[in-house]
Design a protein around this ligand. Structure first.
Ligand SMILES: Nc1ncnc2c1ncn2[C@@H]1O[C@H](COP(=O)(O)OP(=O)(O)OP(=O)(O)O)[C@@H](O)[C@H]1O
Length: 274
């Protein structure tokens, strides 16, 4: 169980996160969604141990997070693979630090390559891969370490829609098989609703929790399911209030929002800048 207790974060006297409190049960697929700049990345970085909270505490099974740990591995928006290593060696790079048995390393790596459908490409170098394939390597590189918690900061936002949908299905499958705890930051409501069984909606200035919604729909989920659309609408309505608030503050009188002018991937609609 992860416990986020009273997290406050300031940068240069600016209050970024205020009074963040929530628990995450083992095996949850949790999405964090909120307006740009509300502190989602800061929060996930604090959970990862990459960033320190100004006050408050994150614990995993009652042990306080004081830095990074192989139990909590982060997948970033950009795969950041080692360009001089092929797919196989990129995946085994971290594993070799925690596992010294060559047979076990091979077995685990081959298994994960199958899961992300990259077995045929194991000898390819990053420059020979598409964006989606690179992101699959990045996910495989994290999963091969068998972390208890996978932290994903907008892992698919740089990908085209088709590749993104393909990777949603793969990630959903992996989560169904492994039941790892996943904390997933996204701007895309559909993505959050399709993948997660819980969505925390954040507001901004300062970053805070606005709502906490369970998505009690069975897996595997299909994007065309009307129940997903219903949940999407529900989250969209809550988020719209927050995004409009930011836009009004930033643009003042120039800002007038038309009904339904926000797309479900609102970061694209708002140019990624609000
Ligand atoms: N190292 C830093 N120093 C100063 N300010 C920072 C730092 N990191 C983040 N911030 C500020 O904290 C706020 C929250 O940033 P963060 O990246 O966590 O938001 P976000 O919700 O993930 O944004 P986005 O959705 O656009 O990625 C922003 O105002 C940002 O400028």
């Amino acid at each position: 169980m992860i416990k986020i207790k009273n997290i406050h974060k300031t940068f240069d006297d600016m209050e970024i996160l205020k009074n963040i409190n929530f628990d995450v049960e083992e095996g949850t697929f949790l999405s964090l969604i909120g307006p740009s700049g509300c502190g989602k990345s800061t929060l996930i970085n604090i959970i990862a141990g990459l960033e320190k909270a100004t006050s408050g505490q994150v614990t995993v099974d009652d042990a306080e997070v004081k830095g990074t740990h192989t139990d909590r591995i982060m997948v970033f928006q950009n795969a950041a693979l080692f360009p001089w290593l092929n797919v196989y060696d990129n995946i085994t790079f971290g594993l070799k630090n925690i596992c010294k048995n060559p047979d076990e390393i091979r077995e685990k790596t081959e298994d994960i390559l199958r899961k992300v459908h990259l077995s045929k490409f194991k000898n390819y170098y990053p420059y020979q891969l598409s964006g989606g394939m690179k992101q699959r390597v990045s996910i495989a590189r994290s999963l091969v370490m068998n972390p208890r918690i996978l932290l994903m900061d907008e892992p698919f936002s740089a990908l085209d829609e088709q590749t993104r949908m393909l990777l949603h299905d793969e990630l959903q499958q992996i989560w169904m098989e492994t039941k790892k705890t996943i904390i997933f930051v996204t701007h895309n409501i559909r993505e959050a609703v399709k993948l997660s069984n819980r969505v925390i909606i954040m507001g901004t200035r300062p970053g805070r929790i606005v709502d906490d919604i369970k998505i009690e729909l069975s897996y595997p989920r299909q994007v065309a399911d009307p129940n997903l659309t219903y949940m999407e609408e529900k989250i969209y309505k809550i988020l719209k209030v927050e995004i409009e608030k930011v836009a009004r503050e930033e643009l003042g009188d120039e800002y007038s929002i038309k009904e339904n002018s926000l797309s479900r991937d609102y970061n694209n609609t708002m140019g990624g800048g609000i």
